[in-house]
Design a protein around this ligand. Structure first.
Ligand code: GBH
Length: 437
């Protein structure tokens, strides 16, 4: 069955950051530091989904989705990041899970969408190998409570983005700018994935996945220097995370002057254990040229000649087909079923005469990408799901509430939700596809 879905993440929608024993996450700390998030926005209240979730489940039911991808906040489950389990925090996801089942919506839970307990960051965060073991302990606690009712598990969301923005560049929590020295964060997250996957399976989890954000890489020209740079980028962005989980080994990084010294015997066996699917988040391709300065082995030139989203990201629907068929070409039979676990765009509010946001650009974006996905399926890629990012306008990380990705408009002053034109469009589109699942 093909799953039509929508996706969110805990820190981006929940609010209620001090309720029912929740501990601090690195995003609470980061967002409250001056100058980190645009206009000092925080997730303290956000969409207040922690209280308004019944309304949000009703919105999903109205959309007609088969599945909902949400994330579980580690600091709600383990306020100190280790040891004591806070059952009151798990109660929230337990209620949500049951409500989804009541509506016939398949829950797909992500265990880590970047909100690491602050207590673990104080001990080095993902630079510290111990965090991988703590992650498995947390995964076990969640699975003990929910594996009987949640069939689909995603260990990590976009370990690449968490490493690069969080630890290499510092534009996301925990705000560290270590450049290439952030590399152990890749391995420790992936080790955490492998350990958590084993813990989930021991507890009867039906499907275990990881979500990687991938980008087709376009060389700026066929000049050998540009081609080599594009290959370097593809290696460091896509293959660094896909190869270990799909074929059990890291790509060779020696040409870039870096090594993964932190890999220990047996790690790759855990990381490379067979998955039931791979989650892919797609937003846009990347155009790469030879580096112009010392340091990184590539230069990101940006893409011109395509429409852009409010974020300035290029809109290239066929990039999704290119990405999916490229994964099939590279990994062949080692590629498990693919779930597009995020795709969507930020657009400004354009209120129509009736007050409903008339987001025609989002409709065009989704329409084009759904077509591209269907073309990839026709070309033989086993794609089993498509989740729109996002159900609601929400806290868009360093951009705060300035970028709106929702199918549903949120008035952040009142919490009021109003479905946009794209919501109504997608509901029709999903209904039309009912027979082709
Ligand atoms: C995802 O990350 C996250 O999982 C989600 O939480 C987030 O809200 C959502 O996407 C929207 O941001 O410079 O033009 O080449 C997406 C990661 C990283 C994808 C930056 C686009 C560069 C665009 N993104 N990337 S461009």
């Amino acid at each position: 069955m093909f799953l039509w879905g929508t996706a969110t993440a805990s820190y981006q929608i929940e609010g209620a950051v001090a309720e029912d024993g929740r501990g601090l996450s690195i995003w609470d700390t980061f967002a409250h530091e001056p100058g980190r998030v645009r206009d000092g926005h925080t997730g303290d209240v956000s969409c207040d989904h922690y209280h308004r979730w019944p309304e949000d489940v009703a919105l999903m039911a109205g959309l007609g989705v088969d599945s909902y991808r949400f994330s579980i906040a580690w600091p709600r489950v383990q306020p100190e990041g280790r040891g004591r389990i806070n059952q009151a925090g798990l109660d929230f996801y337990d209620r949500l899970t049951d409500a989804l089942h009541d509506r016939g919506i398949v829950p797909a839970a992500t265990l880590f969408h970047w909100d690491l307990p602050q207590a673990l960051e104080d001990e080095g965060g993902w630079l510290n190998r111990d965090t991988s073991y703590r992650f498995a302990e947390y995964a076990a606690a969640v699975a003990d409570r929910l594996a009987d009712r949640i069939p689909m598990w995603i260990t990590l969301n976009e370990p690449f983005v968490h490493m690069v923005f969080g630890y290499a560049m510092g534009s996301h929590a925990p705000g560290r700018a270590l450049f290439l020295d952030a590399l152990p964060v890749a391995h420790h997250q992936l080790l955490g994935h492998g350990l958590a996957a084993a813990a989930l399976r021991e507890r009867g989890a039906e499907k275990v996945l990881i979500t990687n954000n991938c980008t087709p890489v376009w060389p700026a020209s066929d000049d050998p220097a540009d081609l080599a740079a594009a290959d370097a980028y593809d290696t460091l962005h896509n293959r660094l995370f896909n190869d270990p989980v799909l074929i059990g080994k890291y790509p060779d990084l020696s040409a870039y002057g870096v090594t993964l010294d932190c890999v220990q015997d047996g790690d790759l066996d855990l990381i490379g254990a067979r998955l039931d699917g791979i989650g892919i988040n797609y937003y846009n391709p990347t155009r790469i040229a030879a580096p112009t300065a010392e340091g990184l082995p590539f230069a990101d030139t940006g893409i011109t000649g395509h429409p852009t989203t409010a974020f300035g990201w290029p809109v290239v629907p066929d990039g999704l087909r290119e990405l999916l068929t490229g994964l099939k070409a590279r990994y062949g039979d080692a590629l498990p079923p693919v779930y597009v676990t995020e795709n969507g765009c930020s657009q400004p509010d354009v209120p129509g005469p009736d007050g409903v946001v008339d987001d025609q650009a989002r409709i065009a974006y989704l329409d084009g990408h759904i077509d591209a996905l269907q073309r990839a399926r026709a070309e033989g890629v086993d794609v089993r799901g498509y989740y729109v990012w996002s159900l609601l306008d929400n806290f868009e990380w360093a951009e705060g509430y300035h970028q709106r990705f929702g199918l549903v408009h949120v008035d952040f002053a009142t919490g009021e939700r109003t479905p946009k034109a794209s919501y109504h469009w997608l509901a029709r589109r999903i209904a039309e596809h009912a027979g082709t699942r």
